[in-house]
Design a protein around this ligand. Structure first.
Ligand code: DHK
Length: 184
């Protein structure tokens, strides 16, 4: 158990399966916590994910990327994490976002979409920053076309979550938080 001084407005409370109690209080207050606070997660989304909601809903569902972002922010708040969320259709912008995560964020969740299967540049960027990374997909890529079975991200990822729709994102937040707490 430790005390902390925190100047971000935030309140979080969670009791997990290990009866682990975490409390954080808001607004420049002295709080009580069983964990280190202030870990930050970057969620990176690749090409065509801006079209979620209308794009092949039988595969990707009807939720928009904004819906997914809102759910991620909610889950991060419960977990006491900061969360940044970005999307780009451009490989270089994704590489830059990953590079800029160094010193800014503590872990990365990445749905690189089609670049998962093609991008050595994204693989290299993730390897260069060395942050704990969870690869995610909305669909089960292994139950789809052969070309979606290979991932350039998998070799540098802590783990891969695919096929659970929006829950792939939420499970990845939980997984990264567990890594931060070293409970894996
Ligand atoms: C999204 C895409 O856009 C595809 O290119 C990937 C991934 C799968 C997903 O399921 O989230 O193959």
């Amino acid at each position: 158990m430790s005390y902390f001084l925190h100047n971000k407005v935030r309140f979080g409370f969670i009791i997990d399966k290990n009866s682990f109690i975490r409390v954080s209080l808001s607004s420049t207050a002295i709080g009580l916590t069983g964990v280190d606070m202030g870990k930050s997660v970057l969620v990176v989304n690749g090409p065509n994910l801006n079209m979620l909601g209308t794009r092949e809903p039988e595969i990707y569902g009807k939720l928009t990327l904004a819906d997914i972002q809102a759910a991620c922010e909610e889950r991060a708040k419960v977990r006491g994490l900061e969360l940044a969320f970005m999307q780009s259709n451009h490989e270089g912008e994704l590489v830059s976002a990953i590079q800029e995560a160094l010193g800014t964020h503590d872990g990365i969740i990445i749905n690189a979409a089609a670049y998962t299967h093609t991008s050595v540049a994204i693989h290299d960027a993730l390897k260069a920053v060395g942050l704990p990374t969870v690869e995610i997909h909305i669909s089960n890529t292994h139950a789809r076309e052969e070309f979606r079975h290979h991932s350039f991200i998998a070799p540098i990822a802590k783990g891969i979550i695919c096929g659970f729709g929006i829950d792939s994102y939420l499970l990845a937040i939980d997984a990264l938080d567990n890594i931060f707490q070293q409970r894996n």
